[in-house]
Design a protein around this ligand. Structure first.
Ligand SMILES: Cc1cc2nc3c(=O)[nH]c(=O)nc-3n(C[C@H](O)[C@H](O)[C@H](O)COP(=O)(O)OP(=O)(O)OC[C@H]3O[C@@H](n4cnc5c(N)ncnc54)[C@H](O)[C@@H]3O)c2cc1C
Length: 333
């Protein structure tokens, strides 16, 4: 944030400060700005799907570059008077009736309500060659990028029970699926039967590396035994870790996902975190949310926050009116 912004944000009390300007945060900000709430979005500019060339499955925007989608979103928010600033929030504390957000570069912004939409970090299996190709030829979601690898040779790297499910899902898209058991443990008898019936090859032993060809595209999955298997793409199951460390001072912490997929904030329907004035939406509360699901949860949570503010404003108006009436009565006495 600029120095000028620092002065302005320190002085001002925003109706809502949104931490995180991805699909969830910008959708929330758009909703709030359109009902004339003052809204500031502080965004570190690293949406989770940034490594991918395209975002798929968002009706009417299918195939758009992830950063272009957010650029358009920021423009829309700004067109209704919402403010979007770059910065990384490092802490939040309560000061009287307000929540005060601090960024890494020392900027403070004061808010009546806080919305956390910081997404998550994908912790990838520790196999050389994966990280470099993450979001392009190393994938996790068939709905996001399955179509792009249809009929290709797809490997599935097992690091836990989700791998069998992933192998069955990608089998919908290609007949050439190889499941690498790696550290994922043995399938059950029923799963062995399913894998065999669907002609999914199963390779035992640890994977040592994903090797690329001279164009930098995946070529072979190399095993610790020295053997290798051809693959055009590799499916993995990252551990999904919600970005919520900066909320510690408010007493908010992440919890284990019920299916062991990672950790997330737990919220009530509507996004309330249980901590007064603090709400959350998108991947930070729902590890499985895609772009449209995260956007929808941002809209829903924005409406819930607005409802809360409407109640607070109405109560304040009643109190102010009663105070004026009492003053008038005192003057006339
Ligand atoms: C490789 C890959 C490809 C994907 N492809 C698709 C796809 O094709 N279609 C689809 O529907 N979904 C796709 N997804 C899922 C998609 O990325 C998520 O659904 C979506 O990004 C969730 O939106 P969000 O707003 O919750 O979080 P994000 O989009 O991750 O946005 C969070 C924002 O908060 C910011 N932030 C984090 N911490 C702070 C902080 N402390 N202070 C300030 N800002 C902060 C981040 O920098 C980021 O800009 C993909 C995911 C991955 C990993």
């Amino acid at each position: 944030m600029s120095e000028n912004t620092l002065v302005r944000t320190n002085d001002r009390v925003w109706d809502v400060v949104v931490v995180g300007g991805g699909a969830a945060g910008l959708s929330a900000a758009l909703t709030l700005a359109r009902v004339r709430r003052s809204v500031l979005v502080i965004d570190a500019g690293e949406p989770r799907n940034a490594p991918a060339a395209a975002a798929h499955g968002f009706l009417s925007r299918d195939g758009i570059a992830p950063l272009e989608l957010l650029r358009l979103g920021r423009e829309e928010v700004a067109s209704y008077g919402g403010r979007v600033e770059s910065g990384r929030v490092s802490g939040v504390r309560r000061e009287g009736a307000h929540l005060v957000v601090t960024t890494e570069d020392g900027v403070r912004a004061r808010a009546r309500r806080l919305l956390v939409t910081t997404g998550l970090v994908d912790e990838l299996p520790d196999v050389p060659g994966l990280a470099e190709l993450w979001g392009r030829d190393v994938l996790h979601c068939p709905y996001c990028h399955g179509w792009e690898v249809r009929d290709a040779a797809v490997g599935v790297l097992a690091t836990g029970p989700a791998a069998i499910h992933q192998a069955l899902m990608f089998r919908q898209l290609t007949s050439d699926v190889t499941l690498f058991l790696h550290t994922g443990g043995d399938p059950t008898d029923e799963q062995w039967e399913q894998l065999a019936a669907l002609d999914i090859d199963v390779v035992d032993g640890e994977v040592r590396a994903l090797e690329v060809d001279d164009r930098g595209r995946p070529a072979r999955v190399r095993l610790a035994s020295g053997e290798s298997v051809a693959a055009d793409a590799l499916v993995v199951a990252p551990r999904f870790v919600a970005r919520a460390g900066f909320l510690a001072e408010l007493g908010l912490a992440v919890h284990e996902h019920p299916m062991g997929m990672g950790v997330q904030l737990v919220v009530e329907p509507g996004g309330f975190t249980g901590v007064e004035g603090v709400w959350a939406a998108g991947n930070v509360t729902d590890l499985m949310a895609s772009v449209p699901v995260a956007a929808a949860s941002g809209v829903q949570t924005a409406a819930a926050i607005n409802m809360d503010l409407i109640g607070a404003d109405a109560t304040a108006a009643v109190t102010a009116r009663a105070g004026e009436a009492a003053q008038a009565a005192a003057r006339n006495a």
